[in-house]
Design a protein around this ligand. Structure first.
Ligand code: 3PG
Length: 210
């Protein structure tokens, strides 16, 4: 399988769905529904016992999806996710153990930062596309505006507290490449198997312009 850079993955669509998969049987139809609406890069968070199996199932059954892993907290998480076929990694913060292991494995990373110091530390490692997390709780759009001039070589994927309502404000910023969020896969729609609704939410998110 061709390896994609994090720049390319973040450029696939304006939104990366953040998925918490409780029931393995929903993984493939959920991924198909999101891909049908245009969102191809999918972050499956390591927050449930079936997350690794979900990554494997989506990778096997949904060739147009670019399945990644979220909530990477340790080197062991990275190793397990790579073995399951994850094609990119996301973490809530900046962990040397996670980044070193991902670099060794060739896993493109989108690490989380919440301060200029963390963003500078990531840049020193050659990482220039970063997740701003949790975006809304950390000051949101006004913080990214304030970072644009001093950190002008860095771009962000704000995640945490985003919705169809505020995503356009973030996507209008020059230092935002895409956003992450769970709103495109609401729990009630997943539980009900309402894949048409998820495809529609995905389509609306895909149509947001960067
Ligand atoms: C998370 O931590 O779950 C992600 O940042 C998604 O946040 P959201 O549910 O607010 O979109």
């Amino acid at each position: 399988m061709t390896r994609m850079t994090i720049e390319r993955i973040c450029g696939l669509a304006p939104v990366i769905p953040v998925l918490i998969i409780d029931d393995l049987s929903t993984a493939v139809p959920l991924a198909r529904a999101l891909v049908a609406g245009g969102l191809r890069a999918l972050e499956v968070t390591l927050r449930t016992p079936v997350a690794l199996d979900a990554i494997r199932a989506i990778g096997d059954a949904v060739p147009d999806a670019v399945v990644g892993v979220g909530t990477l907290r340790s080197a062991a998480d990275v190793d397990a996710a790579v073995a399951a076929g994850a094609r990119f990694g996301v973490s809530p913060g900046l962990s040397a153990a996670v980044l070193d292991t991902a670099a060794d494995a060739g896993l493109p990373m989108l690490p989380g930062v919440a301060t200029p110091t963390e963003a500078m530390t990531a840049a020193e490692r050659g990482l220039h596309i970063l997740k701003f997390f949790p975006a809304e709780a950390n000051g949101g759009v006004s913080v990214l505006k304030a970072w644009n001039s001093p950190l002008q070589d860095l771009c962000f994927c704000p995640t945490g507290g985003l919705s169809a309502g505020n995503a356009p404000d973030y996507l209008a910023l020059p230092n935002v490449v895409c956003v992450g969020g769970s709103w495109v896969a609401p729990k009630d729609a997943v539980t009900a198997g309402d894949w048409a609704r998820i495809t529609e939410l995905s389509r609306q998110a895909f149509d947001l312009s960067v």
